[in-house]
Design a protein around this ligand. Structure first.
Ligand SMILES: [Zn+2]
Length: 269
């Protein structure tokens, strides 16, 4: 499942292709995504793209007539075509751009979605989200104050987009290892100094992951087809039965709220 660094890279890539260009029309091959692709997107005709940006893991296209909000679900991906070509099995839709480039969206598991909003509904939809982890609003005071009120594990806290957006399983595991905090600890028991460390670790890890084009995960493709290189830098995620890179003891793997948690019981407490 793509997380913030992967989505950030996709957004920078398609921003270059779409900004100030005109979407001539769309071609729909399969509209049966998590929700049906709405008719406003199916009937797009000659509309200018004023902005392309990310909020959490949502990709937002600001058009003259409204907003498209895209979520990649588990396996959504984009690629660029320079000529018309037949749709493959998992392809869903094309945006035909006035530059001659076609942006094609594919999604083999169809958990992604394309929704249409006017400004008020877009704001209402996005306002439920917590702060961006790389923004100033996500800081040690925010984390400390909010975690006091929450009786859930710190890992579940970090992965809840109402509290902070864009941190999925990979980067939650990695940030907690870097901070020396067990993923199973109750969030209300994390002390202030640990909140300082955790906020810094999250920001550092996300910035490095963005730099290295994210982590290539099963079923997920970067838009340029190049693999994300952050996988090399993973310290715990996906390293079941492997040794801790810091202390050489065996890493522990558990299921926590139906998700995989990896940690070192010597380096994290
Ligand atoms: Zn260790």
């Amino acid at each position: 499942m793509p997380e913030l660094p992967e989505v950030e890279n996709i957004v920078s890539y398609i921003r270059n292709i779409l900004l100030n260009r005109i979407i001539l029309y769309t071609v729909i091959k399969n509209d049966n995504l998590r929700w049906r692709v709405p008719f406003e997107i199916k009937q797009l005709f000659n509309v200018r793209v004023f902005n392309v940006y990310r909020r959490g893991k949502y990709i937002i296209l600001k058009l003259y007539s409204g907003y498209i909000i895209i979520h990649l679900g588990m396996t959504g991906s984009f690629r660029l075509l320079f000529n018309k070509s037949n749709f493959g099995k998992h392809d869903c839709l094309d945006l035909i751009i006035d530059s001659g480039i076609i942006i094609r969206y594919s999604d083999c598991r169809k958990f992604g979605f394309w929704l249409w909003f006017n400004k008020e509904d877009k704001d209402f939809f996005l306002n439920k989200l917590g702060p961006e982890p790389l923004s100033k609003n996500f800081n040690c005071n925010y984390l400390y104050n909010l975690t006091r009120l929450k009786k859930l594990s710190i890992k579940s806290f970090l992965m809840n987009s109402r509290f902070v957006v864009g941190i999925g399983n990979i980067y939650a595991n990695e940030s907690l290892f870097k901070s020396g905090i067990m993923p199973t600890r109750l969030s209300m028991d994390i002390n202030f100094d640990e909140c300082v460390t955790l906020v810094n670790s999250i920001k550092k890890i996300l910035l490095i992951a963005i730099k290295y084009n994210g982590t290539t995960i099963k079923n997920f493709k970067q838009i340029d087809g190049k693999p994300g290189e952050f996988a090399k830098y993973l310290k715990v995620y996906g390293r079941r039965n492997k040794l801790c890179k810091k202390c050489n003891n065996l890493l522990i793997y558990i299921r926590q709220n139906q998700r995989s948690s990896f940690f070192c019981k010597f380096c994290q407490n």
